[in-house]
Design a protein around this ligand. Structure first.
Ligand code: SF4
Length: 335
């Protein structure tokens, strides 16, 4: 068992991004994806301002400020697992700030370059820190396997038949990083949703878009794209968070997860999506002040599909320039 009083079964543990959640669940802890906690709040915009009032710079990614503010609102989350490698250096600095404020911070490093042995060591260290055995983690992984297959089914119903809308796809996949902090409720909810979605008529024939990059921070993006009669049939990172591949073991599962590693893994995934999902165009969403913006040129150089890059800063509605650019992009792609 873990020696920390904050890591007792039933305690809520914050996650700064998707990490091996199976270990957290095996320890009897409740994972809380802090990004989801931030963006699902009706106060999300005000939370960014609050973090700035507390001293965070204007020229810093809003997700970091949102996570910080979400934690101030949730003192019951005493411990945070921060990906201090494989996410970004902002997360590393945030972890240090949280530690200085008395929170327990567990650092998790995705290896760079992507290699099996260091990742296996890192997962083993997390198990030791949370006081769980490999057998207990394997049991959780087995428990999650049918659920993860349902998520793959949901994703297929988005791009194959159009029975699941782009927004529904986004929300279900993004929630899969922590199963909405309630695995026992998430699973039957997902089963019921799939049953209902499978009974819907198909909805194909619209402009088929994919989204690459960080989850968009805009609040009305999918409604606007619906108005433009465009279907979003691929969300790169939310799909990655759902662990979309069958893998022989936990280490392999998190090695195939493309988000924390180099761009080559992402490119292979994106190329496959462009071909399999018959994308008419790809929207590269970039977050203001995020280092991942730099990958834009690589995507343009290596992907054989029209690409539109849009940038978001705070959790607000789409600005008029982005709306116009999305409209022009979908008009050009319309057959
Ligand atoms: S959006 Fe970019 S800068 Fe912000 S937390 Fe994520 S990786 Fe870091």
């Amino acid at each position: 068992m873990s020696s920390s009083r904050l890591l007792v079964p039933g305690a809520r543990v914050g996650l700064t991004t998707t990490i091996p959640v199976e270990v957290v669940l095996a320890a009897g802890l409740i994972p809380v994806d802090l990004n989801n906690l931030f963006i699902a709040s009706p106060e999300a915009l005000a939370m960014v301002s609050r973090a700035e009032a507390a001293g965070f710079p204007r020229t810093l990614c809003a997700w970091i400020k949102g996570i910080y503010a979400a934690l101030q609102d949730h003192p019951e989350i005493g411990a945070v697992i921060a990906a201090c490698q494989g996410d970004c250096s902002n997360t590393q600095a945030l972890g240090e700030i949280l530690e200085s404020q008395g929170r327990e911070v567990i650092h998790f490093k995705f290896p760079y370059p992507r290699e099996r042995e260091p990742l296996a060591r890192e997962i083993a260290a997390l198990m030791a820190r949370l006081g769980v055995t490999p057998e207990a983690v394997a049991r959780v992984r087995e428990r999650l396997a049918p659920l993860r297959r349902q998520l793959r089914r949901l994703d297929r119903l988005t791009w194959e038949t159009g029975q699941v809308s782009g927004q529904e796809n986004f929300l279900w996949l993004i929630e899969s990083s922590d199963f909405a902090s309630d695995l026992d409720a998430y699973e039957p909810r997902l089963t019921a949703f799939l049953k209902e979605a499978q009974a819907r008529p198909g909805a194909n024939g619209r402009v088929r878009l994919g989204f690459a990059g960080i989850p968009p921070i805009f609040t009305d993006l999918w409604d606007y794209l619906e108005d433009l009669n465009a279907a979003v049939v691929f969300h790169e990172f939310p799909r990655q968070f759902s662990m979309p591949y069958e893998s022989p073991d936990l280490v392999d599962q998190y090695l195939r997860y493309t988000y924390p590693y180099d761009i080559q893994g992402r490119l292979a995934d994106l190329k496959e999506a462009v071909a399999t999902r018959r994308l008419d165009g790809l929207v590269h969403y970039t977050q203001s002040f995020c280092f991942r913006q730099m990958f834009d040129q690589i995507l343009r150089d290596h992907l054989n599909v029209p690409i539109l890059t849009i940038e978001g800063d705070r959790p607000t509605k789409l600005d008029s320039r982005s709306r116009m650019r999305l409209e022009a992009f979908t008009d050009v792609l319309r057959p």
